[in-house]
Design a protein around this ligand. Structure first.
Ligand code: 3PY
Ligand code: ZN
Length: 626
């Protein structure tokens, strides 16, 4: 190390060295600065730089964080809930004339725009500004849905830490999460004891409002979650997923009556709030108005509308719902809105100014937050779907916003990228074969997997019953026909079930009733043995929900350390030559790391990468993956 430090020193290279060189540069001896953690970090940066060919990439400008003005009264909806309980909050909502907003930027917007890749580090930079500039927002949706899985799987960070850190920095606004009922934050049913323990821990870590839905609108699957939320004194918002088009008389399944009936059941269940969850952006403006009006007439709990702007009609739909008296709508700050994401918060707030639904939110304040995300979004362009404008095709295909951006890359990974429209056509056909089910995680995955499978095997509605007999169907499709995702409203096509299951058993009850309780002590013993770790409650839950992904995350941390506080461009792409990045550790410590040089590939396939850490050189030999 010492020799390398000498050889790499700028003065030495320039020939500015005499017999005093070493004495003049005492930092050369400071080799111990490279502790284990630092070396792991450099290894990560070196490997990522090589894997992404980043040495000569354009260096992204550093994101400026807005300086917030101090606002005297930050007391918000969180304080109303804490002081008056869920019933007090519900009463407060009912007392409002103004249209209330939930900002989905930190969850659904980033999930639907760039596959849930937004990192905690980029949220923390803006969190204190959010608590001030968004102080009049009803709630922030910032957790649940796909964020839990992707945090561990792709971002190598803890979703629990994200939640707890944001809670500390935003003490005044309600935090909402999306809970997939008995599927929790996963893609399959979990035992009831996992669901309950997960809800309890989420509440302890900072969640106030649980938006619970079931991917088939089967309320039996939602009840256990709602019971637990009510027991904890938190807010239970039950979401009914919107499918079809209530305006279209030819569509006889998802009618206005269907939704009113479901809404009444939701109210009877004891939910505090009803949400209409239009995950695919199918709720046209006139339908939104009709639906909101009917629901307002039929139930008395507050009503919350959620949509996606995939077809470009999201703002109109929310405004029509507002005119019909809906209490709360979902939206995302403008730079994170539109297309597969939510409609623009700024636009709707501005549209209701000087009307009876005028909001307390200040559009200029929201602009500050939007400006930040506009810059931060540049780190995530690699994960975007490429969709630049809305598309009314979505009314035909009914693909959820969050799935649309993923489906493209899934299709490409099967070598079918050039046939994306065919995949969408098959998606429609697969849905018909499944008797027009609600399509949202995880049923949307069933339809997506089924569609790709049909395309790969030249299957269609006619030939599948014969041709399918000799084929092994995707796991998700098999699970669906086994009843493991739940019971669809209009039952199964029994003939197709036989083709798919080939004699395997299926259930007609809620899977949670059949699954044995998870043995948390057994999980703890397993991790003690394998990782020498004493898992805390949060870690046990992560292990129970995502056993494989969680272990991979722990192994990643053993290899590279905790990279939560590395900047996102460095995390995703490594460093460009000459680029500097500051990586923070616990207790405010940090290192400034610069990539000085990338050497040639040696005969053994390794390359020499030279870094500077706080001004000290360090060279690494790393295998070139290219
Ligand atoms: C999720 O389950 O993650 C969703 O966003 C469904 O719309
Ligand atoms: Zn959504």
């Amino acid at each position: 190390d010492f020799l390398i430090n000498v050889l790499e020193h700028e003065d030495f290279k320039k020939g500015i060295c005499n017999t005093n060189f070493i004495e003049d540069h005492p930092e050369l001896f400071n080799i111990s600065a490279f502790d284990n953690q630092t070396v792991k970090l450099l290894e990560y940066l070196a490997k990522t730089t090589l894997a992404k060919n980043s040495s000569d990439r354009e260096i992204l400008p550093k994101i400026e964080v807005p300086i917030y003005k101090d606002m005297p009264n930050l007391s918000g909806t969180k304080q109303i809930l804490d002081e008056k309980g869920p019933e007090g909050l519900v009463q407060w909502i009912k007392d409002q004339k103004q249209l209330l907003f939930m900002d989905t930027t930190m969850r659904d917007a980033q999930q639907s725009l760039f596959a849930t890749r937004m990192r905690t580090n980029d949220f923390l930079k803006i969190a204190e500004s959010v608590s001030r500039y968004e102080k009049d927002i009803y709630a922030l949706e910032l957790w649940g849905g796909a964020t839990f899985d992707t945090s561990y799987r792709f971002l190598k960070e803890s979703p629990w830490s994200r939640l707890e850190l944001l809670r500390e920095m935003i003490p005044n606004i309600l935090f909402q999460m999306l809970l997939r009922g008995s599927n929790a934050v996963g893609y399959k049913n979990y035992p009831d004891n996992v669901i309950k323990a997960f809800i309890k821990q989420s509440a302890e870590s900072g969640i106030d409002v649980f938006r619970v839905f079931d991917s088939l609108n089967w309320l039996d699957q939602i009840k256990p979650s709602v019971e637990e939320v009510l027991k904890l004194g938190k807010v239970a918002e039950v979401a009914i997923c919107y499918s079809g088009d209530i305006l279209d008389k030819n569509k006889t399944k998802y009618t206005l009556d269907y939704y009113v009936k479901k809404a009444k059941e939701v109210e009877a269940m004891g939910a505090h709030i009803l949400a209409i969850k239009d995950m695919s952006g199918l709720l046209k403006p006139a339908a939104a108005m009709r639906l909101a009006k009917a629901l307002k007439d039929e139930i008395s709990i507050p009503i919350h509308f959620h949509t996606h702007d995939t077809a470009g009609n999201g703002v109109s739909s929310m405004l029509m719902a507002s005119a019909a008296g809906v209490d709360i709508v979902d939206a995302a700050v403008s730079s994170m809105s539109g297309t597969t994401s939510q409609p623009s918060l700024d636009s709707i707030v501005a549209a209701v100014e000087h009307t009876p639904r005028e909001s307390n939110i200040n559009v200029d304040d929201i602009q500050v937050i939007s400006d930040y995300y506009e810059k931060a979004r540049k780190y995530y362009t690699g994960f975007e779907s490429g969709l630049k404008t809305g598309t009314t095709q979505i009314y035909k295909y009914e693909v959820p916003g969050g799935q649309y951006s993923n489906l493209k890359s899934q299709v490409e990974s099967f070598g079918l990228g050039h046939r994306f429209t065919d995949v969408l056509e098959k998606y429609k056909e697969a849905n018909e074969l499944l008797r027009d089910i609600i399509k949202v995680t995880p049923t949307s995955k069933v339809v997506g997997d089924f569609a790709i499978f049909m395309l790969q095997n030249d299957l269609d509605k006619e030939n599948i019953y014969e041709k399918g007999k000799d084929l092994a169907f995707p796991d998700s499709v098999v699970d669906f026909f086994k009843g493991m995702i739940g019971q669809p409203e209009w039952g199964f096509d029994e003939k197709l079930r036989e083709v798919v299951l080939k004699g395997a058993e299926f259930v007609d009850k809620r899977p949670g009733l059949l699954l044995p309780d998870e043995d948390f002590d057994k999980i703890k013993a397993e991790y003690k043995e394998e990782f020498n770790m004493d898992l805390n409650n949060k870690q046990v839950l992560s292990a129970a929900l995502y056993p494989k992904v969680y272990k991979e995350y722990l192994r990643f941390k053993e290899t590279y350390g905790d990279l939560t506080y590395m900047s996102s461009d460095a995390f995703f792409s490594g460093l460009s030559k000459g680029e500097e990045t500051e990586v923070f550790f616990g207790e405010g410590k940090s290192h400034v790391i610069k990539l000085v040089r990338t050497g040639r590939t040696h005969a053994d396939g390794n390359r020499r990468m030279v870094f500077e850490v706080d001004g000290f050189r360090r060279a690494l030999y790393v295998e070139d993956p290219n």
